[in-house]
Structure formats: C-alpha cells, structure tokens
Design a binder for this molecule. Structure first.
Ligand code: SF4
Ligand code: SF4
Length: 291
C-alpha cells in the first residue's frame, strides 16, 4: 500500500548500486521488503449476527485471506496479493501516479516502523470458529449450543466478495485502482451496486470467475450477490478508463445543474424591469445587473 516517502529519493540512487548497499544506506522500505505493497486490506463491519460470522468464516477458509481486529476494535479483512507495480528493487513502478492510499501511507507510522500489532487475528476458519464459540457463545449465553447453529465447514473456493461504497469522487476511484493493481482483485458492478472481488490466482488460474456457470458450488460457499455483473474491472488500466467516463459524466451533470440555475436567473431577470443577466467568460458565471 505504502512505498513511503523514502522512495522519493530513488531518482538519486546510482543505477549500479547493489541492493544490499541500498538497504544499508536508506533502510526502511528497502530492508522492510515493501511489505505494505503485498496485500489489500479492507475495513469491514463489526459482526453483529451469526450471518455476519458465517460470511467471515467463508473468507478466512480461503488460503491467503485473514480477518483481524485492530487495537481500536475495528475489524478488517486482508487478501494476500503483491502489487504488480512493485519492482524487484522494492521501488514503486508508478511512484508519481501511485494511488492516493499509497501516497497517504507514511513510513513514520507504518506497520514496519510502528507497533501496529492487531488485537486479534484469524488466519483460518478454526481460529475464527473458536473465537465465535468462546466469546460470543458466552456473550449471547448460548455456549456450546452455538456450534450446533453453525453451517458446515466452508468450501475452499478461492473467492471472496465484499460490497463497497458507490464511488463518487476521484479518491474512491483511486482506491479501486489500488485494488485492481493487485493480481486476483477486481471490481464488479451490478446495477447500482459495486463489489470488491478477490479470486485466488492459484485456484482460478486462467478461468474467468465471472463466466456463466463458473460460480463456486458446494455446501457452504459465498452466495454471489449477482449472477452476471454488468461490468467487471480487472485491471487498474480499466479502472482509469472507467474513472474518466464516470467523472466526465458527473461533470456534465454538474454543468447541466449550473446551466439550469442560470436559465432560472435569466427568466427571473426578464420579469424585472431593467434587469439583465450577464454571462461572464463562460456559461457557468453569471452576474445579475438591475437598473
Ligand atoms: S511497510 Fe513501511 S517501511 Fe515497509 S514499504 Fe511500507 S511504508 Fe515502507
Ligand atoms: S502502487 Fe503498488 S507498488 Fe506502488 S506504492 Fe502502491 S502498492 Fe506499492
């Protein structure tokens, strides 16, 4: 995610300088091995029902996916996938145009230089199941009987899908660009809803997870919120095109709204003797003159 400020100095680095010397000289990101560029993490709702936990159980049953609780009590999920822009020398291949989320992640407070150890981590389904039965069984006063209510062990499908907010600004699209820079991560759009999708590259290999008939099947698989999405953005390049389309269309809507306001002003001015609406420089600036 990060590839912090230190990378800014990479332009000054002599091309023939060996990697080890780089590490000794610059430390941090180089010695760290760019760990923050090797996953996608997403904040998730605090689970409040058995249905929420069933969803989380399905996620952590997938190799390469974990769920964790930060020190502040906020729940997150994490998908292991190394950003395709990470270079072999641990530099960012798109440093000057890296996603906002990467720019915002600072070395001074990152996971390598600060103690960001989660309060609790679940790397697999049994550990989450144990937490569920011990903690919630007690809290909900159902004890071991909770186990009877759980669905069978989830299938390993290599798939996890999370609904995300509808993007409405450049930063939101930029986060989608960050997702899709990581192999196996895509964004699916169905109607008005947006989904972050993760597909294990090992399990799905060259198969298209969105092709009809390719939905995972089994006893306890993630129910897909869509049969066939209207659009799937699989790469950051596709997101960039989509972002350009969407921002252009949003901008047109804003222009139309402003033009509507100017039209209303003109109509109002026409009703007042001696009043006129003067349009300055372009149609988006209007000055009302009376008398
Ligand atoms: S985890 Fe910290 S030190 Fe490592 S690459 Fe990211 S920002 Fe740099
Ligand atoms: S774009 Fe990729 S390589 Fe660059 S900082 Fe972000 S996660 Fe790291």
């Amino acid at each position: 995610m990060g590839n912090c400020n230190n990378i800014k100095i990479r332009d000054d680095i002599p091309k023939d300088m060996p990697t080890l010397a780089l590490s000794q000289h610059f430390g941090t990101c180089f010695t760290c091995g760019a760990r923050c560029c090797r996953y996608i993490t997403k904040e998730i709702e605090t689970p409040r029902s058995l249905a929420d936990f069933e969803k989380f159980r399905r996620w952590v049953a997938q190799p390469g996916v974990k769920v964790f609780i930060c020190q502040d009590g906020i729940w997150h999920t994490e998908f292991i996938s190394t950003c395709k822009h990470l270079r072999s020398d641990m530099g960012c291949g798109i440093y000057t145009i890296r996603p906002q989320i990467c720019e915002d992640y600072k070395v001074e407070s990152c996971e390598y230089t600060s103690d960001l150890t989660p309060r609790q981590e679940f790397f697999d389904e049994p550990s989450l199941r144990k937490y569920l039965i011990e903690i919630l069984g007690t809290r909900w006063r159902v004890g071991d009987r909770l186990e009877e209510k759980l669905l069978p062990a989830p299938e390993v499908t290599g798939e996890a899908i999370i609904e995300i907010d509808v993007p409405d600004c450049k930063a939101d699209f930029d986060t989608m660009r960050w997702y899709t820079s990581h192999p196996g991560c895509s964004v699916a759009i169905a109607g008005d809803a947006y989904y972050f999708c993760w597909h294990s590259p090992e399990i799905w290999k060259d198969r298209d997870p969105f092709a009809p008939g390719n939905e995972p099947k089994g006893a306890n698989v993630e129910p897909r919120p869509f049969v066939k999405p209207d659009r799937v953005l699989k790469t950051d390049f596709e997101v960039e095109i989509f972002m350009a389309e969407q921002l252009a269309s949003m901008y047109q809507i804003q222009i139309a709204a402003l033009q509507g306001k100017i039209g209303a002003l003109k109509r109002r001015a026409a009703e007042i003797e001696g009043a006129a609406v003067e349009i300055k420089t372009h149609e988006l600036q209007a000055v009302v003159k009376i008398g």
